[in-house]
Design a protein around this ligand. Structure first.
Ligand code: ATP
Ligand code: MG
Length: 135
């Protein structure tokens, strides 16, 4: 069993897609073990994506992630990390496979609707960032 941090980003929350996006996870037998809505400050968004600090898209990413409410979710399941990344699809929605969340709902490479931990190491940092009790 693995845990992963999953985020429904501001563009998707604003378009009332929380339920539809979570359905992809429940349909894949991934269990919600933590969930809350957060209105990230620039500081919280910057800390979350610190690994990308210095990249040309970083400032835009931080601004976008603090532009509205997100839903942060901890999902649990077998091989959860890799399976969730597959269900999300490629970072750039125009390159995401059909049937993925980003192909269905993503607007642009920045406004790509969802985040998912990319390794056990990042999940180990990202889960307690928003859920100190679930670390
Ligand atoms: P995430 O970490 O959000 O799950 P990812 O792992 O697919 O996405 P990363 O390379 O970690 O992609 O980038 C983090 C986020 O930064 C992306 O989801 C996207 O919103 C934004 N981003 C990444 N690359 C670019 C880019 N070239 N131009 C603009 N925004 C980008
Ligand atoms: Mg990433």
């Amino acid at each position: 069993m693995q845990r992963s941090l999953f985020i429904i980003k501001p563009d998707a929350v604003k378009r009332n897609l929380i339920g539809r996006i979570l359905s992809y996870m429940e349909a894949a037998d991934l269990t919600v073990v933590g969930l809350r809505m957060v209105d990230m400050t620039m500081e919280v968004a910057a800390g979350f994506y610190k690994v990308h600090e210095g990249k040309e898209f970083y400032d835009k990413l931080v601004e976008y992630m603090s532009s509205g409410r997100s839903v942060v979710v901890v999902l649990e399941g077998e091989d959860a990390i890799n399976r969730i990344r597959k269900i999300c699809g490629a970072t750039d929605p125009s390159k995401a496979d059909e049937g993925t969340i980003r192909a269905a709902f993503g607007i642009s490479i920045t406004m790509n609707s969802v985040h998912a931990s990319d390794s056990t190491e990042s999940a180990g940092q990202e889960v307690p960032y928003f859920f100190p009790d679930l670390g």
